[in-house]
Design a binder for this molecule. Structure first.
Ligand code: GLC
Length: 728
């Protein structure tokens, strides 16, 4: 029992002590806003969305709910958010003991449910910037929007590691490498919490590598891989002070994570030391009955999940949960002490967010047009830093803005294609909730080009006839220097993005090939969050740019990269597979490229993890380490020089990789050991230093303990290598 000496503990203990069991159970209940709005269906509330005060009073006064999430089913203005939340808090303030509503929303690329908020690249694009400081600043900006709305709990960042591009939420991750996900995850968590908003580590754990590639289908992840690949980002975020965690809806090797005490208590709390709030994902206690079939009744499922370690249930619309909690305690199936532990963690978050009169409410931040303009500029810079140049045959790019271009492709004139899911609505597909004033890629090109921009509109479902028409139109504009073709996908998230097709849409390939057949230069821009197999299209293209899901400013960023106003500096945070049947991450094992003649064939993706070109002439030289032999507790100091022999200033990301020559667990061919994003002026050089603790060269051993084994290691930067030895 915490000593109630400090005001925080005193408030928590006095509030808890004044609560009935029913109130405690209610505190653990999170309702979606739709369940409190006028209408008969909580998922299709009456428009315009208005609180049904009878529902609010019943939920708050009778069921004592502790939390609300979401936006009904579409974005609101900031003013409307403030009205809605203020009405809820007014009712909550009248209850005794007075506990405020903890309001959580998904704001995964800016405050995507607040109309007019700046929208940044999605996480996969932020990962391509390899810029933790930028991620921190964007997260803090998003948090200030949320705080102004009265929703100081962000269900972000995703810390799942994107190991399988088939997974429909791949684009919501920071990519395939645990170190990159950890570094950017910590930046997002600390940026969010730096202004007094709670971050959410999600989705704990092992959600992003389902065997089928489909959302919420079983993952088979052995203990060692779990600890080697999926635990590190959560460990890092917990060490950085993450306040909350959301649980993975799916199962690992037959055990639904919401029912897994070994993970939610043994690993999360005891091993990783997480002391914050654990919230379920959407309706996932019920799904233990209806989907996973590990519980015969909802009541059994509630007992299972609470025993496993959840604190709050995202029910999200039914009010049976609190009543079942009360029954389970009254029947002795769950102790009241266990309930108290969860309620304490929930009350602690409310105090720490300044929601309680006695705690220190955060300073009022004014969200006005000029502040938002600054946020949009930050989002533009993020988009510019994310865009990744992957092919530039015969220096096709940059283009001259003084010469006309011809533009087409199904994502050229679409804000949805720039933003992806979680934009205005859950799926991001309703143009009624596009940000007023935001411009599409082709609109951005037109406003940034001095010469003509000829646009031939194509819808996503264009066909061969449309391709022929497009080619005819291109030929009619034969003065255009190149054809710029915007490829990719329209938004989706979660199961809506399940797709057994991993190839680029065949008509998009045919469009590129038909335009290339005219003999003109063709530049492709891909807007989408997962790498589709598109070898033929890339072969036919002279230039190829990955735009990811660059957000509302993405069109402008792409235009500025195309005309050379921006020197591209993005680098792939994932491996881009070449063949349909083969996907390997960069950190694969030797035997994964073994050939019949027992040789190790070259790893041959379409584009490698970490790759990205620019418009300068950069060269890495003089890679060296301060020693060649180290002890286990030493730090390796490495250095390399980046030369810019070109005519343009550049920024680049320089990756350091390590390889363990022999290990008791099969070593990866390469593993990321560090990265630095640096700027180098034309004609100048810059020295880049890395500090690599020898302890970082370890792995999860045969006994599942982390181990660093003495022996030889190769360190590599680009094609420069050096070998070091570690003493016992
Ligand atoms: C969804 C997602 C989760 C999100 C939550 C609330 O199902 O899995 O990422 O935070 O529900 O919207």
């Amino acid at each position: 029992m915490p000593v109630a000496s400090d005001p925080r503990s005193a408030w928590i203990e006095s509030t808890l002590g004044a609560m009935t069991l029913e109130q405690k159970a209610g505190e653990m209940t999170q309702l979606t806003l739709g369940a409190l709005l006028e209408g008969t269906n909580p998922y299709e509330p009456t428009e315009p969305h208005r609180l049904d005060l009878e529902k609010v009073r019943k939920a708050v006064e009778t069921y004592h709910i502790g939390s609300v999430l979401n936006c009904g089913n579409h974005a609101f203005t900031l003013e409307r958010w403030r009205e809605l939340v203020s009405q809820l808090q007014t009712v909550a303030a009248e209850r005794f003991p007075a506990t405020p509503i903890l309001y959580g929303v998904d704001a995964v690329h800016g405050a995507n449910y607040t109309t007019g908020a700046a929208l940044s690249p999605q996480q996969i694009g932020l990962a391509a910037t390899w810029n933790p400081e930028l991620v921190y600043d964007l997260a803090a900006g998003t948090a200030l929007e949320l705080q102004a709305a009265g929703t100081p709990w962000n269900f972000a960042p995703i810390l799942d590691v994107g190991r399988d591009p088939r997974w429909p939420r791949f684009w919501e991750t920071f990519g395939e490498d645990p170190m990159l996900v950890s570094r950017l995850g910590v930046a997002a968590v600390t940026g969010t919490q730096s202004v007094g908003v709670a971050a959410t580590m999600k989705h704990f754990l092992g959600y992003s590598m389902p065997l089928t590639g489909k959302d919420r289908t079983p993952a088979w992840i052995p203990e060692r891989q779990l600890h080697e690949i999926f635990v590190p980002p959560f460990r890092a975020a917990i060490e950085a002070g993450a306040m909350t965690v959301m649980i993975n809806s799916s199962e690992i090797s037959g055990i639904p994570v919401h029912s897994d005490e070994a993970l939610l208590t043994g690993l999360l709390r005891e091993e990783l030391g997480f002391g914050g709030l654990a919230v379920t994902d959407w309706e996932d206690i019920k799904y233990l009955v209806h989907r996973h079939k590990v519980a015969a009744t909802y009541k059994d499922a509630v007992e299972m999940a609470i025993r496993a370690g959840i604190d709050m249930s995202m029910v999200p619309a039914d009010l049976k949960f609190p009543a079942l909690v009360v029954e389970l305690v009254r029947e002795g199936r769950i102790s009241e002490d266990r309930i108290d532990a969860s309620v304490r963690r929930i009350l602690a978050v409310k105090w720490d967010l300044g929601l309680v009169a006695e705690s220190n409410p955060p300073a009022e931040h004014v969200v006005d047009a000029s502040w938002r303009a600054g946020q949009r500029q930050a989002c533009l810079e993020a988009a510019e830093q994310s865009i990744t140049l992957l092919k530039n045959a015969s220096q096709t790019l940059p283009l001259s803005a003084d010469r006309p271009i011809w533009v087409s492709g199904p994502t050229a004139h679409s804000l949805a294609a720039l933003n992806g899911g979680w934009t205005g609505t859950w799926q991001g597909t309703d143009p009624r909730y596009d940000t007023p004033g935001a411009i599409t890629a082709v609109e951005a090109l037109k406003s940034s080009w001095n010469a003509d921009v000829f646009h031939f509109e194509l819808a996503m479902d264009f066909d061969a006839g449309d391709i022929a028409a497009a080619v005819r139109d291109f030929r009619r504009h034969d003065g255009a220097q190149v054809a710029v073709v915007f490829l990719g996908e329209m938004p989706y998230t979660e199961m809506a993005g399940n797709d057994e097709e991993v190839q680029l849409n065949a008509n998009q390939t045919a469009l590129v090939e038909a335009l290339a057949a005219t003999g003109a230069s063709v530049v492709g821009v891909y807007l989408g969050g997962r790498p589709r197999r598109m070898e033929a299209a890339v072969e036919a293209l002279d230039g190829f740019i990955m735009g990811y899901l660059p957000g509302n400013e993405g069109g402008t960023a792409i235009a500025r990269v195309l005309n050379g106003a921006v020197n591209p500096s993005g680098h792939l945070p994932f491996t881009w597979p070449r063949k349909t049947g083969a996907h390997l991450t960069y950190d694969h094992k030797y035997t994964e490229t073994l050939d019949l003649d027992s040789s190790f064939t070259a790893f041959n993706p379409l584009f490698e993890f970490g790759s990205g070109l620019n418009y300068s002439t950069l060269e890495l030289v003089d890679f060296q380490t301060d020693q060649t032999v180290y002890n286990l507790q030493d730090t390796i100091r490495a250095q390399v020089t980046l030369r810019n022999a070109g005519q343009r200033a550049a920024e680049d990301v320089v990756h350091l990789y390590s390889h363990d020559h022999v290990a008791s667990v099969t070593p990866s061919v390469w593993r990321l050991a560090g990265f630095e994003r640096v700027a180098v002026q034309a004609g100048e050089s810059v020295d880049i230093a890395y500090e690599l603790p020898v302890q970082q060269l370890g792995f999860v051993g045969r006994d599942l303990a982390y181990v660093v084994e003495p022996g030889d290691f190769t360190l590599r930067i680009d094609s420069l290598t050096t070998t070091i030895s570690v003493n016992p």
